[in-house]
Design a protein around this ligand. Structure first.
Ligand code: MOS
Length: 734
């Protein structure tokens, strides 16, 4: 048995459960008397319901109920809260009124004994509409005055007088989260309490929102999410289907399962909104920025203000005395957008890093060198030092590993095996913060430990990383550590969002272990038969699972489990609590992760084939707790970045507002065949401002910058600058 401290690549401890099919995902939960709910979705994008006839559907075989506005029962609104407290993106409860604001909006739901019967009944609900033409236009114009998100110096004057200027607009399309696991809810009501099995990246938030919307105290709602088939942000916050299932279970007094179909995933559970970003860069002939302006727009839904925050990374990315960022919203007849992996920074850095590449070309300066010349020595937006920023080293290491010095900057000048090569580079960044977290740790008389918190593992490796952390801090091998997540009965843990879980739980784990260990020391001094009986607790130390005298080494000590056994205690439990840094006004450092993306494309104009052939990524994300899942996260992000750059875009039909390519055949995501050769390097500098282990997070940063590196490589290969994602072959051939 070896200890598995941070830095050791422990394979996923839940892996055997997943590959053997034992892991229970939400839709795997079945209960006696379970019913199936299937929603009826609006077939217009704007208008009102004129008539809704459930008479045929309601009398079909196996149908228990057909719900709509008149009979769903009370579903309340959840009042707005600060920050991400009690948060949901689509605030309107299902069936609240008869107005249709987006294609696919739920208008009714059939509940039946079998899934097939429920589908048949849902299809038999007759809905007529007074339809209006929906607005799903791509081109975005701001409504009202844009928000001023940040300003320093006099950017207009500095830009006007700059010797070299870039003024370009970049757009990113609607992207739909396509985790393989569909959203699902299984609602159980026992006449008093709800138990909701949910596909959620935040059991605690889901519980808090559900309690408010169902009009019951929090204690009456338990939310369970043991395993997720990923989420990418789409499962961060609750969506209306959950409350349809819960309201149906409440009314029928039977468990109700509702699985969102793949086509509904494109309309009912959020998306990354379309963005349109104007970037203005002014520079001296030495390449130093004198002005940087980032004006971004994103679309949102009719009722909700979802802000993508594209300029999040812009104020601190580069040094410039003159800066401004603005943002605005444009309403469209679409479902409410939500966070998608790296919200804000990912589309924002596509625009900013593309403009930096264009500036490098305008100046005749190597794009790596241009970034080095504009490296700031503090966060000029916050006027604070960085807790730990190694972007320069990321660029240097990446350039070396990629072979950047062999790059011929002339467009179309490089060849390999008869293919035209393009090489591009981009920097990337992502926030490094903590949410509030509570963690319980039990140390047990068989030498094992249990660690429990109501966060969840969305497929990223949280179960395993928690085992690493506890192993390092206790000396207990990872395979003797039980990790329990995904249940609101546990001490409240953070949402799996913002790549913050690892950083958030570490201080709470430390505190919990200290408190559990302190109780073992107490047991040691109070239990006859231990070598420490009668000593003072502060004469003792705890090292690697061994209790010993401070003035002696652990080799003269006693294992903690022996002390527990002598004390006839099964376990000692400690609870740790850590505050959030996210949203804090009181900060001394700018806290972010950084990275550099180097991409190679191959271009064959004769058969119009563009491929991303090679990516070198260097990531500065603090201390890496478990390199294996960390690498998985970066590799997965790079593949997703290939999709963002070349494939992904949700297209709407202008007549009805329907997402046209609402399936995995027509909405293309990058697959294994699209995956480049990927080399990931972690710099592994601990960031102890964030927590005692110096860990940040790696779930999102790998997607930042990758699309800009790819489009820069595409320019280098083809001479075509793509400013509207995704890259389309016809643009390269024009
Ligand atoms: Mo991430 S978009 O915060 O799940």
């Amino acid at each position: 048995m070896t200890v598995s401290p941070a830095g050791s690549s422990v394979p996923r401890i839940e892996g055997p459960l997943k590959v053997s099919g034992i892991a229970t995902y939400t839709s795997d939960f079945n209960f006696p008397g379970l019913l199936y709910a299937v929603p009826v979705c609006a077939t217009i994008g704007s208008g009102t319901i004129a008539g809704l006839d459930t008479s045929v559907a309601g009398s079909m075989p196996g149908v228990q109920a057909v719900y709509h506005r008149a009979n769903i029962g009370r579903i309340y609104r959840s009042a707005p809260d600060e920050g991400l407290g009690t948060h949901l993106d689509e605030r309107r409860p299902p069936f609240e009124d008869d107005v249709i604001r987006y294609y696919g909006q739920y208008v009714a739901a059939a509940v039946a004994d079998t899934y097939e019967q429920a589908i048949a009944a849902a299809n038999a609900v007759k809905v007529t509409y007074d339809a209006k033409e929906p607005d799903v236009r791509d081109q975005l114009e701001p409504e009202g005055q844009p928000n001023l998100d940040g300003e320093r110096g006099d950017p207009d004057a500095a830009f006007d007088s700059a010797p070299v200027k870039i003024d370009q607009t970049y757009s990113t399309p609607v992207e739909t989260h396509n985790p393989i696991e569909l959203h699902a809810s299984v609602a159980v009501w026992d006449g008093q309490d709800f138990t909701l099995y949910e596909t959620t990246q935040g059991v605690v938030n889901h519980r808090d929102v559900a309690a408010e919307m169902l009009g019951v105290p929090k204690e009456r709602v338990r939310v369970i999410s043991r395993f997720l088939g990923s989420g990418f942000g789409g499962k961060l916050f609750p969506w209306p289907h959950s409350f349809i299932a819960a309201a149906a279970a409440r009314d029928l007094n039977r468990p109700v399962k509702l699985v969102v179909s793949r086509d509904m995933m494109f309309q009912n559970v959020g998306h990354r909104p379309r963005t349109q970003q104007r970037i203005r860069l002014g520079a001296g002939s030495d390449g130093k920025l004198v002005a940087l302006m980032h004006d971004s727009l994103n679309h949102t839904s009719i009722l909700d203000d979802y802000q993508e925050n594209c300029s999040e990374a812009t104020p601190y990315s580069y040094s410039t005395p003159n800066f401004r960022a603005t943002s605005g919203l444009a309403r469209r007849n679409v479902g409410t957008p939500t966070s998608m992996r790296g919200p804000g920074a990912v589309p924002g850095l596509y625009a900013l890093e593309s403009a930096m590449d264009e500036l490098a070309i305008a100046l005749g300066i190597d794009p790596v060198e241009l970034r080095l010349r504009n490296e700031p020595n503090k966060d000029e937006g916050l006027d604070l030092p960085f807790s730990s920023r190694h972007l320069v080293e990321c660029l240097a290491v990446g350039a070396k590993r990629f072979g950047w010095s062999g790059r011929d900057p002339r467009v179309g000048s490089m060849r390999k095996n008869g293919l035209i090569l393009g090489w591009g580079v981009a920097g990337c960044s992502w926030i490094a913060e903590r949410f509030a977290a509570q963690v319980a740790v039990d140390l047990r008389d068989d030498g094992s430990a249990r660690v429990a918190t109501a966060t969840q593992d969305i497929g990223t490796g949280t179960y395993t990383v928690l085992a690493n952390v506890v192993s390092e801090k206790t000396g207990i091998p990872a395979n003797k550590i039980e990790v329990v997540l995904g249940d609101t009965n546990l001490p409240p843990g953070p949402i799996s969002g913002g790549s913050m879980v690892t950083a958030s739980v570490i201080p709470a784990v430390s505190q919990a272990i200290e408190s559990a260990q302190q109780r073992i020391l107490m047991a040691a001094i109070e239990t006859e038969g231990t070598p420490f009986y009668g000593l003072e607790a502060d004469a003792l130390a705890f090292s690697g699972g061994i209790v010993h005298r401070k003035n002696e080494g652990p080799e003269r000590g006693m294992a903690f489990e022996k002390i527990l056994a002598k004390a006839k205690a099964r376990s000692t439990s400690g609870l740790g609590k850590a505050e959030a840094t996210f949203g804090s006004e009181d900060r001394k450092f700018s806290q972010h992760s950084f990275g550099a993306q180097f991409a190679e494309v191959t271009w064959q104009p004769e058969i119009a084939r563009l491929r991303v052939s090679r990516v070198v990524t260097v990531i500065d994300a603090g201390r890496i707790i478990n390199p294996k899942p960390a690498r998985n996260q970066i590799e997965g992000s790079v593949v997703m970045g290939v999709g963002m750059a070349l494939l992904e875009a949700t297209e709407y039909d202008a007549r009805f507002g329907a997402p046209i390519n609402n399936n995995l055949a027509d909405y293309m995501v990058a697959t294994n065949a699209d995956a480049p050769q990927i080399e990931v390097t972690f710099l592994d500098y601990p960031d102890r401002v964030l927590n005692d282990m110096g860990a940040r997070g790696v779930g999102e940063i790998g997607l930042a910058g990758i699309a800009a590196a790819i489009t820069a490589a595409v320019y280098h290969a083809t001479g075509v600058r793509v400013r509207n994602l995704p890259v389309r072959l016809e643009e390269l051939l024009a």
